[in-house]
Design a protein around this ligand. Sequence first.
Ligand SMILES: CC(C)(COP(=O)(O)OP(=O)(O)OC[C@H]1O[C@@H](n2cnc3c(N)ncnc32)[C@H](O)[C@@H]1OP(=O)(O)O)[C@@H](O)C(=O)NCCC(=O)NCCS
Length: 449
Amino acid sequence: MTESDFGNIAIRPAVEEDFDFVVELMDSALSPYYGGDHRAHAERIFKTHISGGVDQLGFFSREQKMFVATVNNQPAGMIHVVGKRQCTYKISPLIVAETYRNTRGLGTLLLDHAEKYARDAKARQIYCTVAENNSSALGFFRAKGYIPAGKSASHYKTNITEVMLYKHFVDSDFESRFDRVNISVVPLGPSHEKQVRDLLLENLPPFFDGIDDDWVNSLFGGYERRDSQDINLKYKLIYVAVNRDNTVLGVAGATPKKGEPIKVMPFLATTLPAFVALLSDIPFLLKDFGRKLYIHIAPTSSETLALQQRGWNLDAVLPEAYHLGIVTEQWSSDLDNPNFMRQMRIKKTFLDLIRKGEKTLEVRVGYNNIRSITDGELIRLTTFHENQVIKVNQVRKYDSFAAMMEEEDFDRIAPGRSEEDVFSLLKDIYPPEKESLGVIVLDISPQRI
Ligand SMILES: CC(C)(COP(=O)(O)OP(=O)(O)OC[C@H]1O[C@@H](n2cnc3c(N)ncnc32)[C@H](O)[C@@H]1OP(=O)(O)O)[C@@H](O)C(=O)NCCC(=O)NCCS
């Protein structure tokens, strides 16, 4: 139980005495958005919970659990979750009584409780659906990190579109494996060409017919025409995702088109961190060349997650457009959006420290795109599955890590680590040729957006 300005707040499993409260709450909150008999539905799920949580009529359902939030021992909100045979949990529904909404954080407490319950049961993900015109609930779930997977028109009620949302649980092992590699996205250089050719010829043919040396030659030919910036010459911009040793792990080739969309083909990465690096970085790198980006790929499930988490839209599903037996999808990213901002990838441990206000300096090297960061800019920091907007209060530039360490407080770069540790951490990420581009220090603070 927590004591707050609003009284004692607690979350507990629903008990017999909650019956009337739950039926009333579900009936009043759900009727505007959904057809059907909400009282009968409430009665059914309540009784299932009270009698042990096993739904005798359920098909995929393995267990049902209902929790109630109380304020000074009075019921004030509820969440009902359904555990599925597929190791997922469905929230159905989450409701806070109207008088308690938006003030006491009850919705947050109930949701956190249900997520912990699902994680403890080793669920892979938790999901829900929300009517599109229920903007407060939709805003609430988005603010809690739920990702829209898509929408369905006239689904539970005629003329009401239902948005499907999910939160994927990523274990800390995955996160640390993902963060172990440092990937940079840089313009294609002569030293990458042979690797890019091999990468494309080896990995694209199972998904795209017509990939051969000539095709790669015409890709590189378009890149040679890049300075023309003439769309009629079909010039191309090519970026590669490289690791610390300059090994190419991914490539994105962009062709700006008439009407200002940019087709990104190829878009290929051989590792998930490289895929995510390209996906996160190319919108900002290409933003001056068009209004939107689109790619044609046949993504894996992790790649689909990464696309959805970064707000890319699924435009079209193209069976056998490029290869017999392969479904290619068109995904796009809007560059014209007023909320568009630069994304910067960061390791989860550092993101957590930034959120707590403990890490207030971010150090990078002077790639052209980093050099373009300005005082006051808002940037979205991203890990594999989280993001946080920060404000750059000031940009400071140095010739080397040693010069930077003389001026800056190392504890603001990597709190809790020694000066030597911070120094070797930076040296580890950036080899000397990258350090020689110059060292850029961003003085940052987290924003609530
Ligand atoms: C959705 C609902 C459960 C939220 O409960 P609540 O107790 O008001 O939520 P909280 O007070 O914990 O949190 C509100 C948070 O959501 C955020 N939020 C609310 N509306 C938002 C919006 N439109 N856009 C962005 N964020 C929004 C608030 O900023 C706040 O964030 P914070 O925790 O960082 O301060 C409540 O509005 C409700 O019962 N709605 C009706 C039932 C319903 O439609 N349920 C969904 C179907 S399952």
